[in-house]
Design a protein around this ligand. Structure first.
Ligand code: BDP
Length: 724
């Protein structure tokens, strides 16, 4: 392996202090670098020659400021806005209501097909003069349109060819922060929480504003500020004042604030003796609490609730159901148009059934019983944000209930903020999965966007990967995961490849010799991490608690389903979790067409093989290798893919700054080291069962199995602190 030359490191160290902030990644995909190519600069200058922008209202003011900021940075000129709408305007930004009959007539077809909060960007001819018109029915649509126009310019799209009618396909596009009140972030790998509760409400950090800008630029319109493992204090006046201050910052960007509600809050901060959802006093307490919150924040979004899950209190503490709990809160929020997002991430230590089945078993019978302002939030897979999981069988199985997608953007199980893994590839795989619930083509995306079962209330949440690090996400490429999540929440049908290209151009460079290889690197990065961590359907073999590194041997934790040995079931005979009818029969929770495919190891996609099957070590894979050899070769392939990523990155050096190059180069070094660690530790461990030699081409583990088992990481980041 090549060592980084000392000189490069030295240059990097001095440059971190002297380089402008944006080179450290603070500006995200909004750096709006000056356009150097003269033909593009001219085209955009022509477009900006005479801008009419009607800025009536808070959100439109934000939109105008953003337009000015973006254009001035890209063109290096000061812009002049016209005060009246004229035929000679080159760029016209107005709402539908102010378009005037001529323009309105020309845009009628577009308006007829325009969805809520969407926008139209179209060249329109009036008296032989062409103007680019950006219009919408709503203020927020204009703001989204401004950000899109600026993004298209960052892509060097020809303004003369613009003809876009676009609207969000999902209603709630939301970030879930797992931020604690002490500013630690559960599963956070990018520093501390952005929310400085101590200095709020008076002190408004510029980061709150920049955070809102970044979110809105990709269409995110809701944020839940606090950890799902909630602290009831957030619902007290002292904190609500602070939450209000944040909500006031986010409002001009069209972002609504949500809070996590601890189910036992009536006891902890309300002085009641119970939190029983059928108790009248408890119900009144929540009603009053909702009134109080809406007094502070009139457009408050609602509550996100983790109940009876991993030790959190909930309705079952009182022998009530999830429906009782969710509907009680929904009633309190209903008069204010708020919603309850009730999480389906439940599994119980008292239930001996396969953990993968428990959420489905518990929630599906409740279909149709939740109030109409309740969304049930379901993780993308039935276990827990693994590098790869089959889609959660609940999707498509509750046609009368709005199911909201929960993805994890923070890389709890994907190498934290040290591994380069482009997650839109994972999100896309889930969204494109066919549930077969209404015949072929009933994809998860159609469940989520409401089109499969005609749902109006729809949502997609991502557990945020954002913290106080200067570049927000720790790894510079983790910004692409925040970006990609937002784009897919806006439109779950966008291709991950398009997202990668957009992000790269806005963030790094336009050079095709940079874009093409680095785009490929991003697109293969997800498969690489699957290969070196959890190939062929293995899952949850992470070390305990912090989930940093491999721990397939862990077997002594109290709850069986917290042990990796529960998930891989390796023994002398073979490996894998039998979820077919001869095992836990989890496959029966999928549509019969799919269950049939999954039940037979010959038809089951090999990427899910050991998720659904326990197979002998000498089972023959499709490529003719026996299972043991195939597994070992996959681990090796993962390591080799990281080596390739390093070579590709090294070849890209001349297209970016030294600092940009060096920081990713160093991180890739960590990724390679940890990929080898995963391969070596897992193979050394599984070999004790298979009793077979490593196949040709697989490197021997560097250390003994005892060495890997002895590694301890008491200070690994992201662990939940114990304050209670
Ligand atoms: C698991 C995390 C844990 C979260 C939990 C959840 O390890 O920190 O609290 O999910 O989603 O992935 O509630």
């Amino acid at each position: 392996m090549k060592k980084l030359p000392i000189l490069v490191l030295f240059f990097f160290l001095i440059s971190t202090n002297s380089f402008a902030q944006d080179l450290q990644g603070y500006d995200l995909w909004l750096s709006y670098k000056k356009i150097e190519q003269p033909e593009w600069a001219q085209a955009y200058r022509d477009l900006s020659k005479s801008i009419y922008f009607n800025e009536d209202g808070e959100i439109l003011k934000t939109a105008k400021t953003e337009l000015r900021n973006g254009l001035e940075k890209m063109l290096g000129d000061t812009l002049h806005f016209e005060s009246t709408l004229q035929k000679s305007n080159t760029l016209i930004v107005v709402k539908e209501s102010e378009l005037g009959p001529n323009l309105l007539h020309q845009l009628q077809n577009e308006f007829d097909s325009l969805g809520e909060h969407g926008f139209i960007l179209k060249n329109v001819k009036v008296d032989n003069h062409t103007s680019l018109v950006l219009s919408s029915r709503d203020d927020i649509g204009i703001l989204y349109g401004v950000f899109r126009l600026l993004m298209l310019m960052q892509q060097r799209t020809n303004p003369a060819n613009l003809e876009i009618v676009d609207a969000p396909k999902i209603k709630l596009r939301m970030l879930n922060h797992w931020d604690n009140l002490d500013r630690t972030v559960e599963r956070g790998y990018a520093g501390f929480s952005l929310w400085n509760w101590h200095k709020l409400p008076e002190y408004i950090d510029q980061r709150y504003i920049d955070y809102a800008r970044a979110n809105t630029s990709i269409g995110i319109n809701a944020v839940s500020l606090t950890n799902v493992n909630a602290n009831a204090l957030i619902l007290t006046p002292m904190y609500l004042e602070k939450v209000k201050a944040l909500a006031d910052v986010f409002r001009p960007y069209g972002i609504k604030v949500f809070l996590t509600a601890r189910f036992s809050a009536p006891i902890e901060i309300g002085g009641l003796e119970t939190a029983d959802p059928l108790n009248v006093e408890v119900q009144q307490w929540w009603n009053h609490k909702a009134d109080e919150i809406y007094n502070y924040i009139p457009d408050f979004g609602g509550f996100l609730v983790k109940a009876n899950s991993e030790g959190q209190p909930g309705p079952q503490n009182y022998d009530r159901t999830h429906v009782d709990g969710a509907n009680m809160m929904a009633k309190a929020l209903k008069p204010h148009h708020g919603v309850v997002i009730w999480r389906a991430f439940v599994y119980s230590e008292h239930d001996a059934d396969d953990r993968a089945k428990q959420a489905f078993s518990e929630f599906v019978p409740y279909d149709g019983l939740f109030m109409d302002n309740v969304l049930v939030q379901v993780k993308n897979g039935a276990i827990d944000f693994q590098p790869r999981e089959p889609f959660h069988p609940m999707f498509g199985a509750m046609p009368k209930t709005p199911l909201m997608m929960e993805f994890q953007i923070t890389q709890e199980y994907l190498g934290f903020s040290s591994h380069l893994v482009f997650l839109p590839k994972l999100f896309e795989e889930v969204l494109n999965s066919d549930t077969y619930r209404k015949g072929k083509g009933s994809t998860v995306a159609k469940v989520i966007d409401g089109s499969l079962n005609d749902k109006k209330l729809t949502g997609m949440a991502g557990v945020a990967n954002i913290g106080s690090d200067i570049n927000w996400t720790g790894h510079p490429f983790a910004q692409a995961n925040w970006y990609g999540f937002g784009r897919l929440a806006w439109d779950p049908y966008i291709k991950s490849e398009a997202i990668a290209e957009e992000w790269l151009k806005a963030t790094y460079s336009h050079h095709s010799k940079f874009i093409e290889p680095i785009k490929d690197l991003m697109l293969t990065s997800r498969e690489a991490v699957v290969n070196y961590m959890n190939p062929l359907g293995l899952h949850h073999i992470f070390d305990t608690g912090h989930h940093y590194g491999p721990g397939p041997w862990v077997s002594e934790l109290n709850r069986p389903e917290w042990n990796p040995t529960y998930y891989h079931q390796a023994d002398k005979e073979g490996i894998g979790f039998d979820r077919t009818p001869t095992g836990s029969n989890a496959t029966a929770q999928y549509a019969p067409e799919l269950a049939k495919i999954f039940n037979d190891p010959k038809t089951c996609p090999e990427k899910y093989l050991l998720w659904f099957h326990h197979l002998p070590w000498d089972y023959e894979l499709k490529n003719g290798h026996m299972l043991w050899d195939g597994l070992a070769l996959k681990y090796q392939e993962g390591v080799d893919q990281v080596k390739d990523m390093i070579h590709t990155w090294e070849a890209s050096k001349n297209y970016i700054t030294t600092q940009q190059y060096t920081e990713v180069r160093m991180l890739l070094e960590i990724q390679l080291k940890e990929a080898k660690w995963w391969r070596d530790a897992c193979l050394a461990y599984f070999q004790t069962f298979s009793g077979k030699e490593l196949p040709l081409g697989v490197e021997k583990p560097e250390h003994s199995l005892e060495y890997y088992k002895s590694l301890k990481f008491p200070f690994a980041p992201g662990i939940r602190p114990r304050w209670d």
